[in-house]
Design a protein around this ligand. Structure first.
Ligand code: CP
Length: 317
């Protein structure tokens, strides 16, 4: 297995099966620290730099919380408008990263341009973690989700995963790439204008992955073991920021996972994940069903970022 020390985490396309399991092992080792709300001194000599060019609640704060749990230091920006990259100068990724690499030991970047974290990594002497790049990928979220599914279902091989929402989304791209390293069948449910790209489908089938396509949650939920849901009513991920307007649409019934459908059709141990934020595709009354695991998923988001930080900083081998 390749060492994680000093490595960028940019994509799940090149992640191998044993590397997923190494991350899960590191998660198991570090989870008790987060569970008991302790901060340790594992990374006391290290600093995380967050470079977030797009809004985030979970990814940035979970990554920062993870570094605090490991006893490290945190600096960075949550809004490029307060930096030279977001004002008159529109400072380039290259020049910005050449500064950030002197301010810390690992850079966590979210950007509205697909490929921006990879570009940053090409200039950086410290590891870069992709925290979501445009429509590209969201590797730390999907590592979190797979860790959650492994814990909740007891396995990843042999499962059927229903993926509901816009298949062009970065989370869906990362799920597809990851699925090829396990015996996972993907059951995709998406509106006609939000289908997967040809390149993505070809990559998955070339690697031996399996994809089925469905018109509605209703016709497929009973065949799957778990689901990952994303909104079909959502922001444009190629924009730095999009304010809410009054014209937001409602999610058609075909793409909603409801309490009624879960009660009537889902297997008894069915697991519902949603990386959040949600619109109306996952009504709040699902929260108190036995299927809801998205709060555990959120907690695991901290654990998984602890594991990734400890591994890329060489604190766990
Ligand atoms: N799931 C997720 O990426 O959430 P944020 O946009 O709040 O980071």
């Amino acid at each position: 297995m390749r060492s994680f020390a000093g490595r960028d985490i940019l994509s799940l396309k090149d992640f191998e099966r044993d590397e997923y399991y190494r991350v899960f092992e590191a998660c198991d080792e570090l989870a008790p620290i987060a569970k008991t709300r302790r901060n340790v001194d594992m990374c006391k000599d290290k600093t995380l730099v967050c470079a977030f060019y797009q809004p985030s609640t979970r990814t940035r704060l979970a990554t920062e919380a993870a570094m605090h749990r490991l006893g490290g230091h945190v600096t960075g920006f949550a809004d490029p408008k307060m930096t030279r990259a977001g004002d008159f100068y529109q400072e380039s990724i290259k020049d910005t990263v050449h500064m950030l690499e002197y301010y810390g030991d690992v850079i966590a970047m979210r950007h509205f341009q697909q490929g921006a974290p990879a570009e940053a990594a090409s200039f950086s002497s410290v590891p870069v973690i992709n925290c979501g790049d445009g429509w590209g990928e969201h590797p730390t979220q999907i590592l979190t989700d797979l860790y959650t599914l492994r814990n909740e279902l007891g396995r990843l091989d042999g499962i059927r995963m229903m993926c509901v929402g816009d298949m062009r989304m970065r989370t869906m791209h990362s799920i597809g790439y990851a699925s090829t390293q396990f015996d996972i069948t993907l059951d995709l449910v998406f509106p006609p204008d939000m289908g997967p790209t040809k390149e993505w489908e070809e990559f998955i089938t070339r690697k031996g992955g399996r994809i089925n396509k469905w018109k509605s949650v209703k016709e497929c939920i009973d065949k799957s073991d778990c689901c990952i849901i994303e909104p079909v009513v959502q922001a444009d991920y190629t924009k730095a920021r999009q304010d809410s307007d009054a014209k937001k649409g409602l999610t058609p019934a075909e793409y909603k996972v409801t309490r009624e459908l879960l009660a009537k059709k889902a297997k008894s141990g069915y697991v519902v994940l949603h990386s959040l934020p949600r619109m109306d595709e996952l009504p709040m009354d699902v929260d108190d069903t036995r299927h809801a695991r998205y709060w555990i998923e959120a907690f695991n988001g901290v654990v998984c970022r602890m594991a990734l930080l400890a591994l890329v900083l060489g604190k766990l081998e």
